[in-house]
Write a protein that binds this ligand. Structure first.
Ligand SMILES: Cc1cc2nc3c(=O)[nH]c(=O)nc-3n(C[C@H](O)[C@H](O)[C@H](O)COP(=O)(O)OP(=O)(O)OC[C@H]3O[C@@H](n4cnc5c(N)ncnc54)[C@H](O)[C@@H]3O)c2cc1C
Length: 494
């Protein structure tokens, strides 16, 4: 069993050089996941000077660890949006997801992109009788929205299911292959892409933004923040508007694929799909939880592996984890971060439906930059008015984030770690020490530079993880996932 995403196996993209000199551009895109690359793609035919910087490799962030479904059946989201907002908003969200699917499929056809696209049916299902009433509410929405759907008590495979909703015209694909092809198209069109180039700071000077990286400065008229979790708190206050959800994903080799994908509507979410390239795989995700809720990562990995083996009778070939940003009102945050500044844009908060939402974000953000009309600009406006759910979840998120912060400060749960991890205070600094198989001590500062939470050690991935906002660091303290842009090496100042 390999501890890596199926999508990153057998792929070796050409890496672009990092930025080593100051540049001056019209548009700077920070982050090369599906959001950033889609934005660049929809700007490629303009005569603007565009640069995209990526701290690692384009496509290798959250987008390379998804289940890669392109569907508008997203658990039971529509009746929730209808209740929280109204039918019109919920229907508009549905339209945006259908449009995103069409955009991806059209791109794949137009550019002949080989990314294992398969058209299949999507199901949301439950094995709990008490949940069926919620499915009826979703059905009411579909009837009003004139969406074709059907219901069933069986999934296409043998799997516990008391009730399910099914829609067609949905797809699954290989997300990384798609992103890497968009990257090539952008490069051919003259977009500058710099990999291994991390944005450290963004400041405003007169009418320009200045972005500092480790070895250069970028002067830009407009900036798109597409780095998943922004590395700054102000503007935007993203930690107040969101929480992070973590899930675990497995891929097992199978002889035959089935043309459907499915997901449950209650936590912990279970998600199923198949994938076919040279081999055939059954992909199963589960154990989703709020980032700060279950801190023993190895235990969650083991539970999922056991479930796949014992209940689904399959051998796990690949296992990995992923985390996504959940917004307080279930709608993504796409558009201008500040009300009075159309030059600073963001696309994030996709509530685990980022294949469609990052695509539509790319279209919306490029339309804002090009001053084109787009019917979804108000829907996803990050400065939209406060809703009831938003307030409720703001309180809940603050509570959970506070709880995680307190837990990591005061309760070091040593039973999570076998003999390999120690915590110490030296010269007033809290340290985390991981001892590898050769007995070498790897010492880091046990403090996330982003908002000063203490870290937990993830024994499976061998990383130090922040349970508050999701930053991750390797055993030697190098940052591998934001929002922190700084490392936790013991001599670092941050
Ligand atoms: C378990 C799981 C399964 C999912 N499955 C699905 C699915 O089936 N269908 C679906 O629609 N959605 C799915 N999602 C959601 C989807 O994966 C995400 O919403 C989406 O990939 C986010 O894309 P992104 O471009 O915003 O982020 P990313 O792909 O993470 O891109 C952001 C990029 O920015 C870079 N970056 C970060 N900080 C900096 C910096 N300071 N400077 C420069 N670069 C930086 C990162 O390295 C990264 O490459 C799933 C999510 C999870 C957790």
């Amino acid at each position: 069993m390999e501890n890596k995403s199926l999508w990153t196996t057998n792929i070796s993209p050409k890496i672009e050089k990092s930025l080593d000199k100051d540049i001056d551009v019209d548009v700077l895109i920070i982050g090369g996941g599906l959001t950033g690359i889609s934005t660049a793609f929809y700007l490629k035919d303009s005569d603007m000077n565009i640069a995209l910087i990526e701290q690692d490799k384009v496509g290798y962030g959250v987008s390379s660890r998804t289940t890669g479904k392109l569907t508008y059946l997203q658990e039971l989201i529509y009746h929730k949006l209808e209740k929280n907002f109204n039918f019109k908003i919920s229907k508009l969200y549905l339209d945006s997801q259908k449009e995103a699917i069409k955009l991806v499929v059209d791109n794949i056809k137009k550019y002949n992109i080989d990314c294992d696209l398969i058209k299949n049916d999507s199901y949301t299902f439950t094995n709990d009788e008490n949940e069926i009433s919620k499915f009826k509410l979703e059905e009411n929405f579909f009837k009003k929205a004139k969406i074709e759907y059907s219901t069933t008590k069986n999934l296409p495979i043998e799997h516990p299911c008391k009730y399910a909703l099914k829609v067609s015209d949905t797809y699954v694909f290989h997300p990384l292959k798609y992103i890497l092809e968009l990257k090539k198209i952008c490069l051919d069109k003259g977009i500058m892409i710099y990999e291994n180039t991390r944005a450290l700071k963004l400041s405003k000077e007169d009418d320009f933004y200045i972005c500092s990286t480790e070895s250069a400065k970028i002067k830009a008229k407009k900036v798109v923040i597409s780095c998943h979790y922004p590395f700054f708190v102000i503007p935007g206050f993203i930690p107040l508007k969101t929480h992070i959800e973590k899930s675990y994903v497995t891929a097992s080799k199978v002889n035959q694929i089935e043309k459907f994908n499915a997901i449950t509507n209650t936590y912990p979410i279970k998600s199923i799909r198949y994938h076919e390239d040279k081999n055939r795989y059954f992909i199963y995700a589960g154990n989703s939880h709020k980032l700060c809720d279950k801190l023993d990562r190895k235990c969650e990995y083991n539970k999922l592996e056991k479930e796949v083996k014992e209940k689904l009778n399959k051998q796990v070939k690949y296992i990995w984890t992923n985390q996504d940003i959940m917004t307080n009102d279930n709608l993504p945050l796409i558009g201008c971060i500040k009300k009075d500044d159309s030059n600073l844009l963001i696309g994030t908060g996709y509530n685990t439906w980022g294949m469609t939402n990052a695509t539509i974000a790319g279209k919306i953000l490029s339309d804002i930059i090009l001053k084109n009309k787009n019917r979804y600009i108000n829907l996803f406006n990050p400065n939209r008015p406060v809703s009831i759910d938003k307030i409720k979840n703001l309180v809940l998120n603050s509570y959970f984030n506070g709880k995680a912060y307190a837990l990591t400060k005061f309760k070091k749960n040593y039973k999570w770690y076998k003999e390999k991890v120690r915590f110490e205070t030296r010269n007033g600094k809290n340290l985390g020490i991981y001892i590898d198989n050769e007995g070498t001590e790897h010492i880091v500062r046990n403090l996330c530079p982003h908002m000063k939470c203490s870290l937990i050690f993830n024994e499976k991935d061998k990383t130090w993880d922040c349970p508050c906002h999701g930053s991750r660091f390797d055993i030697d303290g190098n940052v591998i996932e934001g929002p922190s842009v700084y490392s936790i090496k013991i001599d670092d100042k941050k």
